[in-house]
Design a protein around this ligand. Structure first.
Ligand SMILES: *Cc1c(COP(=O)(O)O)cnc(C)c1O
Length: 228
């Protein structure tokens, strides 16, 4: 299937979820996660009207950016190693995976401008997942006051891998509550308005629970080069 068709189907699902939650679909930024696919496929996504691309490796991001330049808004969504920060820092608009202080230090040191960051939170508590524990988030954010180049625009999470919709929903609800708590602190460097949550299999639940950014790979651009 072409990206345009998949995107049309996803937009219908987004509209439905928005209706249920009494939200406007314009509130939701769809990030096409192109980490599994070719530059051509990413280009097709832009032609289909997508405006935001997400990558989880510096190599993949740089290769695509070389061709697509600044046409899309670029999101770094994967685990970020400290030594890779310098490669991507001037190339991305958002980093969704800030989860430890040495990484914050490195981002702050390497950035040439204020960097939009989301804190990755391990709400589900799965050991395999990266991210701060929920109770670490506010102390962590307070410590960031010393870093002039970091702006915390929101929180990010990945729901547990399960078919249990209630577990997934609880995870998203917890992140939203935490986002509201941070927002209410009214720290100038942590407006924390965004909620980056929801992937191919759970983005409708995420939208019902307040997501402002959904990160969709498989359901939108496919997992690999599909035969058309
Ligand atoms: C790969 C990835 C996605 C997209 O996953 P799909 O299930 O293919 O939609 C979203 N977020 C992160 C952090 C990812 O690594």
């Amino acid at each position: 299937m072409k990206v345009a068709e998949k995107y049309a189907a996803i937009k219908r699902q987004i509209n439905e979820a928005c209706k249920k939650a009494n939200r406007k679909s314009e509130e939701i930024r769809v990030i096409a996660v192109t980490k599994y696919v070719s530059i051509q496929r990413a280009e097709e996504a832009l032609e289909a009207g997508l405006t935001d691309l997400g990558e989880n490796r510096d190599e993949g991001l740089l290769a695509k950016k070389e061709v697509l330049k600044d046409k899309p808004v670029w999101h770094f969504i994967g685990t970020l190693q400290k030594r890779k920060v310098k490669n991507i820092i001037d190339q991305v608009d958002f980093i969704h995976s800030l989860d430890r202080m040495p990484l914050a230090e490195e981002i702050n040191k390497r950035a040439h401008r204020k960097m939009n960051c989301l804190l990755q939170v391990n709400v589900s508590g799965e050991e395999s997942k990266h991210g701060l524990k929920p109770n670490e988030v506010i102390p962590f954010i307070k410590e960031l006051a010393q870093f002039e180049n970091i702006v915390i625009v929101g929180l990010m999470t990945m729901a547990p891998l399960t078919d249990n919709k209630e577990l997934i929903r609880n995870c998203f609800q917890s992140l939203r509550k935490l986002r509201d708590e941070v927002r209410n602190l009214q720290l100038p460097y942590a407006p924390c308005t965004e909620l980056s949550m929801g992937m191919s299999h759970d983005f409708t639940i995420a939208i019902e629970e307040g997501a402002t950014m959904v990160r969709i790979g498989t359901a939108l651009v496919g997992e690999d080069e599909e035969v058309q």
